[in-house]
Design a protein around this ligand. Sequence first.
Ligand SMILES: [Zn+2]
Ligand SMILES: [Zn+2]
Length: 476
Amino acid sequence: MYEGQSFGQRYSEYCEQKKGSRRRLRRVTVAAVLIVGVAILALVLSDQVLPIEVWATSEKEAPQVIELDLREKTVEQTPQETVAEVKEIRTTPVVFIDAGHGGNDGGCFAGDIVEKNINLSIAELVQGKLEELGYEVIMSRSTDTYVAKEDRVRNANDRNADIYVSIHQNFSDVKGVNGMEVWYDGTDMQRDSKRLALLVSQQTARSTGAVEREVRGDADFHVTGSTQMPACLIETGFLSNKEERAKLTSQEYQEKLASGIVQGIEYYFHPKTMYLTFDDGPSEQNTSRVLDILKERNIKATFFLVGENVERYPEIARRIVAEGHTIGIHCYNHDYQNLYQSVESFVDDFEHARRVVCEVTGVDAVLFRFPGGSINSYNDNVYAEIIEEMTKRGYIYYDWNASLEDAVAGAEPTQLLANGVETTLGRKKVILLAHDVVYNTGEILEDLLDKFPEYEMRPLNEQIEPIHFKGSSAVG
Ligand SMILES: [Zn+2]
Ligand SMILES: [Zn+2]
């Protein structure tokens, strides 16, 4: 997410490239087999060695053809080339699972319960579940052996793993302490480790009911710091806590832990989709703050603008466009009474806003959002006609299926956060309503985004199927 593209995009592009190179490899193979076929046929027919010209290959390549084992379907390659091709044609994610400690390094312990054994049991369950889902899994160890942390990291880097997840158990002198912690190296913004850590924590908490103590970006571990791929380390619980220790040693709880870790990894590679939408702007300070946060995280959103505000803050409107967000029309003047008086009053206001947005930003907006949503208490008699007219004019409207409810006056920041999380209901596709003109929305935006690691944030465009309120007579 920090490199200009989401992992999903990069991964599908990567797969496309690999398909291309597979096709090239196939073509080379087919050509080689054909050449050999023709040569063998010629040998059989002539029953003698053919003049060298017939082979039509360079001296360097000729021995390969002559020495070809006919049982093989492909031309032999040098070992170096083979390694390169194996790397290139990889299309499934490779997950490195690191069971902490091992051998004479037991980790923490309580009586005869030793951390290294629990780590390995959970890691093996994770491995099994991931492989069932089609992932390629590399284990740092599969037996009770000592592996130096440098070797674990070198192995993951050499094998070019896509992510690294290290599994550990915790210990505290305070017996009552329990729950899980997930750590990552927050100093390295090039790797998407934070999202991985948030997902592993979130999903494991969901599957086990364990306390999510902390997701910490100040990890100073070799396995999270020296790995080249996104990496996190999960401490699944405290061996020092009697109740938690009993759970951690049970097969049933280990299954839950493994399921959570695997689900986190699943969402890392296959996130759900959220469209963040901001209505009523631009405003000078609040919109700028929202834009700063989105820019920092390289997230693109959609802004449904109010014409009057665009005239007031044209620079902010232009900044929205310059930073790659989608612009839609909300209205020119946010006056429900006037807007929903008739089809004409709505369309007049809308076209006014659209002209202003076009003059200021150069964007010829097609997307729009009804003030108050497509069906509201002001437009009961007229919404169907307005929708019909607007659709005829080629405009596309978007309602929402989740909301911060931040337009409610006096709402506390924590309440907005809770609204945002609760109203998404885990949907695969979410269009979230927020208002960039509201101060508290900017206040909670960072925390809100951290609550949604399972979603990939995208801007709306004309190809995205809209969400419409039920009862609407609009088609599609
Ligand atoms: Zn440990
Ligand atoms: Zn509005």
